[in-house]
Design a protein. Structure first.
Length: 593
Protein backbone atom coordinates (compact mmCIF):
# COMPACT_ATOMS: atom_id res chain seq x y z
CA UNK A 1 0.00 0.00 0.00
CA UNK A 2 1.48 3.41 -0.96
CA UNK A 3 2.59 5.62 1.89
CA UNK A 4 0.20 8.47 2.67
CA UNK A 5 3.13 10.58 3.89
CA UNK A 6 4.11 11.88 0.45
CA UNK A 7 6.34 14.89 -0.15
CA UNK A 8 4.40 18.06 -1.08
CA UNK A 9 4.72 18.98 -4.76
CA UNK A 10 5.03 22.60 -5.86
CA UNK A 11 2.53 23.14 -8.70
CA UNK A 12 2.61 26.27 -10.87
CA UNK A 13 -0.48 28.22 -11.89
CA UNK A 14 1.75 30.21 -14.27
CA UNK A 15 3.78 27.62 -16.20
CA UNK A 16 7.55 27.66 -15.93
CA UNK A 17 7.98 27.96 -19.69
CA UNK A 18 6.24 31.37 -19.52
CA UNK A 19 8.13 32.46 -16.41
CA UNK A 20 11.44 31.69 -18.15
CA UNK A 21 10.61 34.35 -20.76
CA UNK A 22 11.00 36.91 -17.95
CA UNK A 23 14.00 35.18 -16.35
CA UNK A 24 17.75 35.68 -16.23
CA UNK A 25 20.57 33.60 -14.77
CA UNK A 26 21.28 34.03 -11.08
CA UNK A 27 24.62 35.66 -10.37
CA UNK A 28 25.55 35.77 -6.66
CA UNK A 29 26.80 39.11 -5.31
CA UNK A 30 30.25 37.58 -4.81
CA UNK A 31 30.78 36.78 -8.50
CA UNK A 32 34.10 38.17 -9.68
CA UNK A 33 34.68 40.31 -12.73
CA UNK A 34 36.59 37.40 -14.22
CA UNK A 35 33.34 35.49 -14.33
CA UNK A 36 34.03 33.05 -11.50
CA UNK A 37 30.88 32.14 -9.63
CA UNK A 38 30.40 33.09 -6.05
CA UNK A 39 28.91 30.80 -3.43
CA UNK A 40 25.39 29.48 -3.39
CA UNK A 41 22.73 31.65 -1.73
CA UNK A 42 21.89 29.26 1.09
CA UNK A 43 18.87 31.20 2.31
CA UNK A 44 17.12 31.18 -1.06
CA UNK A 45 18.70 27.89 -2.22
CA UNK A 46 19.93 29.52 -5.42
CA UNK A 47 22.92 28.30 -7.42
CA UNK A 48 24.84 30.38 -9.97
CA UNK A 49 23.13 30.09 -13.34
CA UNK A 50 19.71 29.13 -11.96
CA UNK A 51 16.83 30.82 -13.84
CA UNK A 52 15.40 33.59 -11.64
CA UNK A 53 12.98 36.48 -12.11
CA UNK A 54 13.03 40.03 -10.80
CA UNK A 55 9.97 40.75 -8.71
CA UNK A 56 8.40 43.22 -6.34
CA UNK A 57 7.32 41.32 -3.24
CA UNK A 58 4.01 42.65 -1.92
CA UNK A 59 4.74 41.51 1.62
CA UNK A 60 4.98 44.52 3.93
CA UNK A 61 7.33 46.30 3.52
CA UNK A 62 7.33 45.90 -0.27
CA UNK A 63 10.78 45.05 -1.59
CA UNK A 64 12.62 43.86 -4.69
CA UNK A 65 13.54 40.18 -4.81
CA UNK A 66 15.05 37.63 -7.16
CA UNK A 67 13.00 34.43 -7.13
CA UNK A 68 13.68 31.00 -8.54
CA UNK A 69 11.43 30.20 -11.49
CA UNK A 70 10.76 26.78 -10.03
CA UNK A 71 9.45 28.28 -6.75
CA UNK A 72 7.32 31.22 -7.86
CA UNK A 73 3.69 31.60 -9.01
CA UNK A 74 2.53 28.30 -7.61
CA UNK A 75 1.29 26.47 -4.52
CA UNK A 76 2.03 23.14 -2.95
CA UNK A 77 -0.38 20.36 -3.95
CA UNK A 78 -2.66 22.85 -5.65
CA UNK A 79 -4.30 20.27 -7.93
CA UNK A 80 -4.33 17.40 -5.46
CA UNK A 81 -7.47 16.00 -3.83
CA UNK A 82 -6.33 14.33 -0.58
CA UNK A 83 -9.50 12.21 -0.49
CA UNK A 84 -8.46 10.35 -3.66
CA UNK A 85 -5.96 7.46 -3.68
CA UNK A 86 -2.33 8.56 -3.92
CA UNK A 87 -1.83 6.88 -7.31
CA UNK A 88 -4.77 8.82 -8.79
CA UNK A 89 -3.89 12.32 -7.56
CA UNK A 90 -1.19 13.29 -10.13
CA UNK A 91 -3.58 12.90 -13.11
CA UNK A 92 -4.50 16.57 -13.42
CA UNK A 93 -0.92 17.79 -13.08
CA UNK A 94 0.11 15.29 -15.77
CA UNK A 95 -2.70 16.53 -18.02
CA UNK A 96 -1.53 20.11 -17.52
CA UNK A 97 2.03 19.13 -18.31
CA UNK A 98 1.09 17.46 -21.60
CA UNK A 99 -1.15 20.33 -22.69
CA UNK A 100 1.47 22.91 -21.68
CA UNK A 101 3.91 21.10 -23.94
CA UNK A 102 1.60 21.64 -26.92
CA UNK A 103 0.96 25.28 -25.99
CA UNK A 104 4.64 26.08 -25.34
CA UNK A 105 5.56 25.17 -28.92
CA UNK A 106 3.01 27.68 -30.21
CA UNK A 107 4.29 30.38 -27.86
CA UNK A 108 7.79 29.65 -29.14
CA UNK A 109 6.58 30.20 -32.71
CA UNK A 110 5.31 33.64 -31.73
CA UNK A 111 8.50 34.57 -29.87
CA UNK A 112 10.73 33.39 -32.70
CA UNK A 113 8.68 35.28 -35.29
CA UNK A 114 9.09 38.47 -33.24
CA UNK A 115 12.84 37.93 -32.71
CA UNK A 116 13.30 37.35 -36.43
CA UNK A 117 11.63 40.67 -37.21
CA UNK A 118 8.49 39.16 -38.75
CA UNK A 119 5.34 41.26 -38.61
CA UNK A 120 3.00 38.26 -38.77
CA UNK A 121 2.59 34.77 -37.30
CA UNK A 122 0.74 32.04 -39.20
CA UNK A 123 -1.11 29.48 -37.05
CA UNK A 124 -3.15 26.48 -38.17
CA UNK A 125 -6.69 25.97 -36.94
CA UNK A 126 -5.65 23.39 -34.34
CA UNK A 127 -2.79 25.59 -33.11
CA UNK A 128 -5.12 28.56 -32.77
CA UNK A 129 -7.70 26.59 -30.81
CA UNK A 130 -5.04 25.03 -28.55
CA UNK A 131 -3.71 28.51 -27.75
CA UNK A 132 -7.18 29.87 -26.99
CA UNK A 133 -8.06 26.95 -24.72
CA UNK A 134 -4.70 27.22 -22.95
CA UNK A 135 -5.34 30.89 -22.15
CA UNK A 136 -8.76 29.98 -20.76
CA UNK A 137 -7.13 27.33 -18.57
CA UNK A 138 -4.64 29.91 -17.28
CA UNK A 139 -7.64 31.93 -16.14
CA UNK A 140 -9.41 29.02 -14.42
CA UNK A 141 -6.35 27.41 -12.83
CA UNK A 142 -5.24 30.67 -11.18
CA UNK A 143 -4.95 31.33 -7.48
CA UNK A 144 -8.16 33.40 -7.36
CA UNK A 145 -10.30 30.49 -8.58
CA UNK A 146 -8.41 28.13 -6.27
CA UNK A 147 -9.08 30.35 -3.25
CA UNK A 148 -12.75 30.63 -4.22
CA UNK A 149 -13.36 26.89 -4.30
CA UNK A 150 -10.75 25.64 -1.81
CA UNK A 151 -12.89 25.68 1.34
CA UNK A 152 -13.47 22.77 3.71
CA UNK A 153 -17.25 22.81 3.49
CA UNK A 154 -20.22 24.62 1.95
CA UNK A 155 -20.66 26.48 5.24
CA UNK A 156 -17.46 28.38 4.37
CA UNK A 157 -18.54 29.10 0.77
CA UNK A 158 -20.11 32.56 0.52
CA UNK A 159 -20.37 33.26 -3.22
CA UNK A 160 -23.63 34.13 -4.99
CA UNK A 161 -23.89 30.70 -6.65
CA UNK A 162 -23.92 28.81 -3.35
CA UNK A 163 -27.37 27.26 -3.87
CA UNK A 164 -26.73 26.09 -7.42
CA UNK A 165 -23.28 24.76 -6.44
CA UNK A 166 -24.74 22.81 -3.53
CA UNK A 167 -27.32 21.22 -5.83
CA UNK A 168 -24.61 20.29 -8.37
CA UNK A 169 -22.41 18.74 -5.68
CA UNK A 170 -25.28 16.69 -4.28
CA UNK A 171 -26.25 15.44 -7.72
CA UNK A 172 -22.70 14.37 -8.63
CA UNK A 173 -21.59 13.10 -5.22
CA UNK A 174 -18.99 15.79 -4.54
CA UNK A 175 -18.17 16.58 -0.92
CA UNK A 176 -16.15 19.80 -1.36
CA UNK A 177 -16.38 22.78 -3.75
CA UNK A 178 -12.77 22.20 -4.82
CA UNK A 179 -13.89 18.88 -6.36
CA UNK A 180 -16.12 20.84 -8.76
CA UNK A 181 -13.22 23.11 -9.73
CA UNK A 182 -10.85 20.19 -10.32
CA UNK A 183 -13.48 18.39 -12.40
CA UNK A 184 -13.95 21.50 -14.54
CA UNK A 185 -10.21 21.82 -15.20
CA UNK A 186 -9.87 18.15 -16.11
CA UNK A 187 -12.83 18.13 -18.51
CA UNK A 188 -11.77 21.36 -20.21
CA UNK A 189 -8.30 19.91 -20.87
CA UNK A 190 -9.89 16.73 -22.25
CA UNK A 191 -12.38 18.64 -24.43
CA UNK A 192 -11.84 17.90 -28.13
CA UNK A 193 -12.76 21.01 -30.12
CA UNK A 194 -11.91 19.34 -33.46
CA UNK A 195 -13.31 21.55 -36.25
CA UNK A 196 -15.18 23.88 -33.93
CA UNK A 197 -14.46 27.54 -34.42
CA UNK A 198 -13.20 30.13 -31.97
CA UNK A 199 -14.34 33.70 -31.72
CA UNK A 200 -12.32 35.49 -34.37
CA UNK A 201 -13.88 33.53 -37.24
CA UNK A 202 -17.46 34.53 -36.50
CA UNK A 203 -18.69 31.12 -37.67
CA UNK A 204 -21.35 28.78 -36.37
CA UNK A 205 -19.80 25.35 -36.00
CA UNK A 206 -19.01 25.76 -32.29
CA UNK A 207 -22.26 24.35 -30.94
CA UNK A 208 -21.02 20.76 -30.55
CA UNK A 209 -18.17 21.52 -28.17
CA UNK A 210 -20.31 24.03 -26.31
CA UNK A 211 -22.99 21.39 -25.83
CA UNK A 212 -20.47 18.81 -24.63
CA UNK A 213 -18.82 21.05 -22.05
CA UNK A 214 -22.21 22.16 -20.71
CA UNK A 215 -23.13 18.52 -20.19
CA UNK A 216 -19.88 17.64 -18.42
CA UNK A 217 -19.07 20.38 -15.88
CA UNK A 218 -20.58 22.89 -13.47
CA UNK A 219 -22.69 25.37 -15.42
CA UNK A 220 -21.09 28.70 -14.30
CA UNK A 221 -17.61 27.36 -15.12
CA UNK A 222 -18.85 26.03 -18.46
CA UNK A 223 -20.47 29.35 -19.41
CA UNK A 224 -17.37 31.32 -18.43
CA UNK A 225 -15.26 29.01 -20.59
CA UNK A 226 -17.62 29.38 -23.56
CA UNK A 227 -17.63 33.16 -23.18
CA UNK A 228 -13.83 33.17 -22.97
CA UNK A 229 -13.57 31.16 -26.19
CA UNK A 230 -16.40 32.69 -28.22
CA UNK A 231 -17.03 36.28 -27.12
CA UNK A 232 -13.53 37.67 -27.73
CA UNK A 233 -10.89 37.57 -30.44
CA UNK A 234 -7.14 37.29 -30.03
CA UNK A 235 -4.40 39.75 -31.03
CA UNK A 236 -0.64 39.84 -30.41
CA UNK A 237 0.92 43.16 -29.29
CA UNK A 238 4.39 44.58 -28.67
CA UNK A 239 5.45 48.03 -27.40
CA UNK A 240 6.35 50.40 -30.23
CA UNK A 241 9.11 51.83 -28.01
CA UNK A 242 12.20 49.82 -27.06
CA UNK A 243 12.13 51.52 -23.66
CA UNK A 244 8.89 49.85 -22.58
CA UNK A 245 8.02 46.35 -21.43
CA UNK A 246 5.09 44.32 -20.18
CA UNK A 247 4.97 43.06 -16.62
CA UNK A 248 3.63 39.76 -15.28
CA UNK A 249 1.41 39.50 -12.22
CA UNK A 250 0.22 36.39 -10.42
CA UNK A 251 -3.41 37.05 -11.33
CA UNK A 252 -2.86 38.68 -14.74
CA UNK A 253 -5.06 36.12 -16.52
CA UNK A 254 -8.00 37.10 -14.30
CA UNK A 255 -7.74 40.84 -14.99
CA UNK A 256 -10.51 42.28 -17.16
CA UNK A 257 -10.85 45.81 -18.53
CA UNK A 258 -14.17 47.57 -18.09
CA UNK A 259 -15.54 50.20 -15.73
CA UNK A 260 -16.43 48.64 -12.38
CA UNK A 261 -19.57 49.46 -10.43
CA UNK A 262 -19.76 48.52 -6.74
CA UNK A 263 -22.91 47.65 -4.82
CA UNK A 264 -23.38 47.19 -1.09
CA UNK A 265 -26.34 45.62 0.68
CA UNK A 266 -26.66 47.40 4.03
CA UNK A 267 -29.04 44.68 5.31
CA UNK A 268 -26.69 41.75 4.72
CA UNK A 269 -23.31 43.52 4.67
CA UNK A 270 -22.43 41.93 1.32
CA UNK A 271 -20.56 43.57 -1.55
CA UNK A 272 -20.81 42.93 -5.30
CA UNK A 273 -18.80 44.49 -8.11
CA UNK A 274 -19.88 44.30 -11.75
CA UNK A 275 -17.93 45.24 -14.85
CA UNK A 276 -18.06 44.41 -18.56
CA UNK A 277 -15.29 42.27 -20.05
CA UNK A 278 -13.97 44.46 -22.84
CA UNK A 279 -10.39 43.10 -22.74
CA UNK A 280 -8.33 40.37 -21.06
CA UNK A 281 -4.56 39.95 -21.08
CA UNK A 282 -2.02 37.13 -21.36
CA UNK A 283 1.63 38.29 -21.13
CA UNK A 284 4.10 36.17 -23.10
CA UNK A 285 7.37 38.00 -22.41
CA UNK A 286 8.54 41.53 -21.54
CA UNK A 287 8.08 42.40 -25.23
CA UNK A 288 4.96 40.42 -26.15
CA UNK A 289 1.41 40.09 -24.88
CA UNK A 290 -1.78 38.49 -26.16
CA UNK A 291 -4.85 40.70 -25.83
CA UNK A 292 -8.34 39.26 -25.94
CA UNK A 293 -10.81 41.88 -27.21
CA UNK A 294 -14.59 41.75 -27.09
CA UNK A 295 -16.31 41.05 -30.41
CA UNK A 296 -18.58 44.02 -29.63
CA UNK A 297 -15.75 46.57 -29.80
CA UNK A 298 -14.75 48.25 -33.09
CA UNK A 299 -12.86 46.25 -35.70
CA UNK A 300 -11.66 48.29 -38.71
CA UNK A 301 -12.30 45.69 -41.42
CA UNK A 302 -15.69 44.58 -40.16
CA UNK A 303 -16.81 48.15 -39.49
CA UNK A 304 -15.99 49.06 -43.10
CA UNK A 305 -19.29 47.34 -43.91
CA UNK A 306 -22.02 49.70 -42.60
CA UNK A 307 -24.47 46.85 -42.04
CA UNK A 308 -21.95 44.82 -40.01
CA UNK A 309 -21.08 47.93 -38.02
CA UNK A 310 -24.73 48.59 -37.27
CA UNK A 311 -25.28 45.06 -36.01
CA UNK A 312 -22.16 45.19 -33.89
CA UNK A 313 -23.26 48.46 -32.29
CA UNK A 314 -26.74 47.11 -31.65
CA UNK A 315 -25.40 43.96 -30.02
CA UNK A 316 -23.00 45.98 -27.90
CA UNK A 317 -25.92 47.99 -26.58
CA UNK A 318 -27.93 44.83 -26.05
CA UNK A 319 -25.25 42.80 -24.25
CA UNK A 320 -23.39 45.50 -22.31
CA UNK A 321 -25.97 48.25 -21.98
CA UNK A 322 -28.63 45.96 -20.54
CA UNK A 323 -26.30 44.82 -17.74
CA UNK A 324 -24.04 47.79 -17.03
CA UNK A 325 -26.06 50.84 -18.00
CA UNK A 326 -26.31 52.73 -21.25
CA UNK A 327 -23.13 53.19 -23.25
CA UNK A 328 -20.33 51.64 -21.12
CA UNK A 329 -16.98 52.66 -22.63
CA UNK A 330 -13.63 50.90 -22.83
CA UNK A 331 -10.45 52.84 -22.03
CA UNK A 332 -8.82 50.70 -24.75
CA UNK A 333 -11.55 51.40 -27.29
CA UNK A 334 -9.01 52.73 -29.80
CA UNK A 335 -6.41 50.00 -29.28
CA UNK A 336 -4.94 49.63 -32.81
CA UNK A 337 -5.58 45.91 -33.34
CA UNK A 338 -7.90 43.81 -35.53
CA UNK A 339 -8.97 40.23 -36.00
CA UNK A 340 -6.63 37.73 -37.62
CA UNK A 341 -6.88 37.20 -41.36
CA UNK A 342 -7.23 33.69 -42.80
CA UNK A 343 -6.58 31.83 -46.04
CA UNK A 344 -10.21 31.82 -47.21
CA UNK A 345 -11.04 35.55 -46.91
CA UNK A 346 -9.63 38.57 -48.75
CA UNK A 347 -9.86 42.34 -48.29
CA UNK A 348 -11.68 43.88 -51.28
CA UNK A 349 -12.18 47.66 -51.36
CA UNK A 350 -11.38 47.82 -47.65
CA UNK A 351 -13.94 45.17 -46.70
CA UNK A 352 -13.81 41.43 -46.03
CA UNK A 353 -14.97 39.14 -48.83
CA UNK A 354 -14.73 35.35 -49.44
CA UNK A 355 -11.66 34.43 -51.47
CA UNK A 356 -12.36 33.47 -55.08
CA UNK A 357 -12.72 29.71 -55.40
CA UNK A 358 -13.37 29.04 -51.70
CA UNK A 359 -15.83 26.13 -51.37
CA UNK A 360 -17.43 27.58 -48.21
CA UNK A 361 -16.15 24.59 -46.21
CA UNK A 362 -14.01 24.93 -43.09
CA UNK A 363 -11.11 22.52 -42.78
CA UNK A 364 -8.23 21.44 -40.59
CA UNK A 365 -5.86 22.95 -43.15
CA UNK A 366 -7.24 26.48 -42.64
CA UNK A 367 -4.58 28.94 -41.54
CA UNK A 368 -4.72 32.26 -39.71
CA UNK A 369 -2.36 35.21 -39.99
CA UNK A 370 -1.89 37.09 -36.73
CA UNK A 371 -0.25 40.49 -37.00
CA UNK A 372 2.20 41.49 -34.26
CA UNK A 373 0.78 44.94 -33.58
CA UNK A 374 3.08 47.69 -32.37
CA UNK A 375 1.10 49.68 -29.80
CA UNK A 376 1.95 53.17 -28.51
CA UNK A 377 3.07 54.20 -25.04
CA UNK A 378 -0.43 55.20 -23.92
CA UNK A 379 -1.80 51.70 -24.52
CA UNK A 380 1.24 49.92 -23.07
CA UNK A 381 0.91 51.98 -19.90
CA UNK A 382 -2.83 51.33 -19.71
CA UNK A 383 -2.45 47.56 -20.01
CA UNK A 384 0.37 47.47 -17.45
CA UNK A 385 -1.57 49.84 -15.21
CA UNK A 386 -4.57 47.51 -15.18
CA UNK A 387 -2.32 44.58 -14.23
CA UNK A 388 -0.70 46.60 -11.44
CA UNK A 389 -4.09 47.82 -10.24
CA UNK A 390 -5.28 44.25 -9.60
CA UNK A 391 -1.96 42.82 -8.39
CA UNK A 392 -2.93 43.24 -4.72
CA UNK A 393 -4.87 39.96 -5.06
CA UNK A 394 -1.47 38.24 -5.37
CA UNK A 395 1.89 38.38 -3.64
CA UNK A 396 4.30 39.79 -6.25
CA UNK A 397 4.80 41.63 -9.56
CA UNK A 398 7.38 40.20 -12.00
CA UNK A 399 9.36 42.44 -14.36
CA UNK A 400 12.54 42.45 -16.45
CA UNK A 401 14.48 45.74 -16.24
CA UNK A 402 14.42 47.63 -12.94
CA UNK A 403 14.65 51.15 -14.38
CA UNK A 404 11.81 50.49 -16.83
CA UNK A 405 9.70 49.03 -14.03
CA UNK A 406 10.28 52.00 -11.72
CA UNK A 407 9.34 54.41 -14.52
CA UNK A 408 6.12 52.45 -15.05
CA UNK A 409 5.32 52.39 -11.34
CA UNK A 410 5.87 56.16 -11.07
CA UNK A 411 3.48 56.71 -13.98
CA UNK A 412 0.87 54.42 -12.42
CA UNK A 413 0.92 56.12 -9.02
CA UNK A 414 0.69 59.63 -10.44
CA UNK A 415 -1.77 59.13 -13.33
CA UNK A 416 -5.13 60.86 -12.62
CA UNK A 417 -7.08 57.69 -11.75
CA UNK A 418 -8.24 57.13 -15.33
CA UNK A 419 -6.66 53.68 -15.42
CA UNK A 420 -6.55 52.62 -11.78
CA UNK A 421 -6.41 53.52 -8.08
CA UNK A 422 -10.20 53.78 -7.88
CA UNK A 423 -10.84 52.43 -4.40
CA UNK A 424 -14.19 50.66 -4.13
CA UNK A 425 -16.05 47.56 -3.08
CA UNK A 426 -15.29 44.74 -0.69
CA UNK A 427 -11.49 45.03 -1.01
CA UNK A 428 -11.30 48.82 -0.64
CA UNK A 429 -9.24 48.75 2.57
CA UNK A 430 -6.80 46.17 1.19
CA UNK A 431 -6.54 48.06 -2.09
CA UNK A 432 -5.82 51.38 -0.36
CA UNK A 433 -3.14 49.76 1.83
CA UNK A 434 -1.60 48.29 -1.32
CA UNK A 435 -1.38 51.72 -2.99
CA UNK A 436 0.23 53.12 0.17
CA UNK A 437 2.73 50.24 0.12
CA UNK A 438 3.69 50.99 -3.48
CA UNK A 439 4.14 54.68 -2.66
CA UNK A 440 6.35 53.84 0.32
CA UNK A 441 8.41 51.44 -1.80
CA UNK A 442 9.00 54.08 -4.46
CA UNK A 443 10.05 56.56 -1.80
CA UNK A 444 12.69 54.11 -0.53
CA UNK A 445 13.89 53.77 -4.14
CA UNK A 446 14.45 57.55 -4.21
CA UNK A 447 11.31 58.42 -6.19
CA UNK A 448 8.86 60.68 -4.41
CA UNK A 449 5.43 60.19 -6.01
CA UNK A 450 2.45 62.48 -5.62
CA UNK A 451 0.11 59.49 -5.60
CA UNK A 452 -3.44 59.99 -6.84
CA UNK A 453 -6.28 57.78 -5.67
CA UNK A 454 -10.04 58.14 -5.66
CA UNK A 455 -12.61 56.70 -3.24
CA UNK A 456 -15.76 55.48 -5.00
CA UNK A 457 -18.76 54.92 -2.70
CA UNK A 458 -20.76 51.73 -3.26
CA UNK A 459 -24.37 52.04 -4.30
CA UNK A 460 -26.79 50.65 -1.70
CA UNK A 461 -28.80 47.89 -3.35
CA UNK A 462 -30.81 44.81 -2.42
CA UNK A 463 -28.40 42.17 -3.67
CA UNK A 464 -30.89 39.37 -3.12
CA UNK A 465 -32.49 40.18 -6.48
CA UNK A 466 -29.09 39.93 -8.18
CA UNK A 467 -28.50 36.59 -6.46
CA UNK A 468 -31.88 35.26 -7.64
CA UNK A 469 -31.11 36.41 -11.18
CA UNK A 470 -27.75 34.61 -11.21
CA UNK A 471 -29.36 31.42 -9.90
CA UNK A 472 -32.00 31.63 -12.61
CA UNK A 473 -29.35 32.16 -15.27
CA UNK A 474 -27.31 29.18 -14.05
CA UNK A 475 -30.34 26.91 -13.92
CA UNK A 476 -31.43 28.01 -17.36
CA UNK A 477 -28.01 27.27 -18.84
CA UNK A 478 -28.01 23.87 -17.15
CA UNK A 479 -31.29 23.17 -18.93
CA UNK A 480 -29.80 24.36 -22.21
CA UNK A 481 -27.00 21.85 -21.67
CA UNK A 482 -29.57 19.06 -21.33
CA UNK A 483 -32.05 20.25 -23.90
CA UNK A 484 -31.08 18.17 -26.96
CA UNK A 485 -34.29 16.76 -28.33
CA UNK A 486 -36.35 18.35 -25.56
CA UNK A 487 -39.57 19.67 -27.08
CA UNK A 488 -40.12 21.98 -24.11
CA UNK A 489 -37.36 24.19 -25.52
CA UNK A 490 -39.06 24.58 -28.88
CA UNK A 491 -39.41 28.34 -29.49
CA UNK A 492 -43.06 28.18 -30.52
CA UNK A 493 -43.91 25.97 -27.54
CA UNK A 494 -42.25 28.45 -25.18
CA UNK A 495 -44.07 31.31 -26.90
CA UNK A 496 -47.40 29.56 -26.32
CA UNK A 497 -46.50 28.77 -22.71
CA UNK A 498 -45.85 32.47 -22.16
CA UNK A 499 -49.36 33.27 -23.38
CA UNK A 500 -48.49 34.09 -26.99
CA UNK A 501 -51.01 34.02 -29.80
CA UNK A 502 -50.67 32.65 -33.35
CA UNK A 503 -51.05 36.18 -34.72
CA UNK A 504 -47.82 37.18 -32.96
CA UNK A 505 -45.75 35.31 -35.54
CA UNK A 506 -46.90 37.53 -38.39
CA UNK A 507 -46.64 40.66 -36.24
CA UNK A 508 -43.05 39.80 -35.28
CA UNK A 509 -42.12 39.42 -38.93
CA UNK A 510 -43.75 42.77 -39.67
CA UNK A 511 -41.87 44.37 -36.79
CA UNK A 512 -38.61 42.98 -38.13
CA UNK A 513 -39.25 44.19 -41.68
CA UNK A 514 -40.05 47.64 -40.29
CA UNK A 515 -36.78 47.58 -38.39
CA UNK A 516 -34.83 46.77 -41.56
CA UNK A 517 -36.50 49.45 -43.67
CA UNK A 518 -36.56 52.27 -41.14
CA UNK A 519 -33.49 51.72 -39.01
CA UNK A 520 -31.00 49.27 -40.41
CA UNK A 521 -31.04 49.55 -44.19
CA UNK A 522 -31.12 53.31 -44.70
CA UNK A 523 -27.45 53.62 -43.82
CA UNK A 524 -26.60 55.13 -47.22
CA UNK A 525 -28.84 58.12 -46.52
CA UNK A 526 -26.91 61.31 -45.57
CA UNK A 527 -29.27 61.76 -42.61
CA UNK A 528 -28.94 58.15 -41.42
CA UNK A 529 -26.76 58.77 -38.36
CA UNK A 530 -28.80 61.73 -37.15
CA UNK A 531 -32.22 60.16 -37.73
CA UNK A 532 -31.53 56.59 -36.66
CA UNK A 533 -31.72 57.15 -32.87
CA UNK A 534 -35.13 58.80 -33.15
CA UNK A 535 -36.45 56.04 -35.40
CA UNK A 536 -35.08 53.41 -33.07
CA UNK A 537 -36.68 55.06 -30.04
CA UNK A 538 -40.00 55.32 -31.86
CA UNK A 539 -39.97 51.67 -32.91
CA UNK A 540 -39.02 50.43 -29.47
CA UNK A 541 -41.73 52.53 -27.85
CA UNK A 542 -44.31 51.02 -30.18
CA UNK A 543 -43.08 47.46 -29.67
CA UNK A 544 -42.81 47.76 -25.91
CA UNK A 545 -46.52 48.45 -25.79
CA UNK A 546 -47.22 44.90 -27.03
CA UNK A 547 -47.01 41.56 -25.21
CA UNK A 548 -43.60 40.67 -23.75
CA UNK A 549 -43.65 37.28 -25.48
CA UNK A 550 -43.99 39.06 -28.84
CA UNK A 551 -40.96 41.24 -28.16
CA UNK A 552 -39.05 38.14 -27.04
CA UNK A 553 -39.72 36.54 -30.43
CA UNK A 554 -38.64 39.77 -32.12
CA UNK A 555 -35.25 39.68 -30.35
CA UNK A 556 -34.71 36.07 -31.39
CA UNK A 557 -35.59 36.97 -35.00
CA UNK A 558 -32.89 39.68 -34.90
CA UNK A 559 -30.31 37.27 -33.46
CA UNK A 560 -31.13 34.74 -36.16
CA UNK A 561 -30.67 37.27 -38.95
CA UNK A 562 -27.27 38.21 -37.57
CA UNK A 563 -26.20 34.57 -37.52
CA UNK A 564 -27.44 33.48 -40.96
CA UNK A 565 -26.75 36.79 -42.70
CA UNK A 566 -29.95 36.53 -44.75
CA UNK A 567 -32.91 38.78 -43.98
CA UNK A 568 -35.16 37.64 -46.83
CA UNK A 569 -36.25 34.22 -45.57
CA UNK A 570 -39.89 33.20 -45.76
CA UNK A 571 -41.78 33.47 -42.49
CA UNK A 572 -42.02 29.68 -42.15
CA UNK A 573 -38.27 29.31 -42.67
CA UNK A 574 -37.53 31.92 -40.02
CA UNK A 575 -39.46 30.20 -37.27
CA UNK A 576 -38.10 26.77 -38.20
CA UNK A 577 -34.58 28.15 -37.53
CA UNK A 578 -35.25 30.04 -34.29
CA UNK A 579 -34.38 26.97 -32.20
CA UNK A 580 -30.69 27.42 -33.04
CA UNK A 581 -28.75 27.33 -29.79
CA UNK A 582 -26.72 30.36 -30.83
CA UNK A 583 -29.97 32.38 -30.71
CA UNK A 584 -30.33 31.75 -26.98
CA UNK A 585 -29.23 34.72 -24.89
CA UNK A 586 -29.59 36.37 -21.48
CA UNK A 587 -33.23 37.40 -21.78
CA UNK A 588 -34.19 33.74 -22.24
CA UNK A 589 -33.83 33.12 -18.51
CA UNK A 590 -37.27 34.72 -18.26
CA UNK A 591 -38.74 31.80 -20.22
CA UNK A 592 -37.43 29.17 -17.84
CA UNK A 593 -39.94 27.64 -15.50
Amino acid sequence: MPSMDTKPEYQHYIPQFLLRNFAHQYAPPGKSKAGKSGKRNRKKKMYPGDPVVNSLSLTDPFSLEECLVKRVCGLENMYENPEKPVNVRPRLEKQFGEFEGRASRIYRQIINAYKNGNQHVWLGRVEKDVLRKFMALLTFRGNQYYQRYNVDSMQEYHEDDKEILQAYMSKHGFTKPVDVWLQGLEKIIDLDMDLNIAAEDDEEDGEDWEQRIRERIYSPIAEMFIEHMSAMYMAICTPASDDEEFILTENCYNVTEGQTTAYYDSLTGKHVTLSPRFHMFAPISPRLIIVLRSNHLPDPLEDADPISKCWRQFNRLLFFGSQYGRGPKSILEDLPIRKAMNNYMDVVNGMLAPRHGWNQQLGMSDRFRFTIFQIPTRHVQTINGLLIDHAFHGSRIIFDRKDVFLDLMEWYLTEPCEVGKNILGEHAAKQSKYIDGLTDFMSREGRQCDTKQTIWPSEDRDLNQLRIQKIAEARFMEEVGRRKGDASFDVIKIHERLGGMAEDLAKVDSMFQTWIICVDMEWSSPTYESSRPNKLASLLEEYQGGPCCRFWLFLRHMRLSQIIGNRKLELGQVFSLLDKESCWESEDILTFG
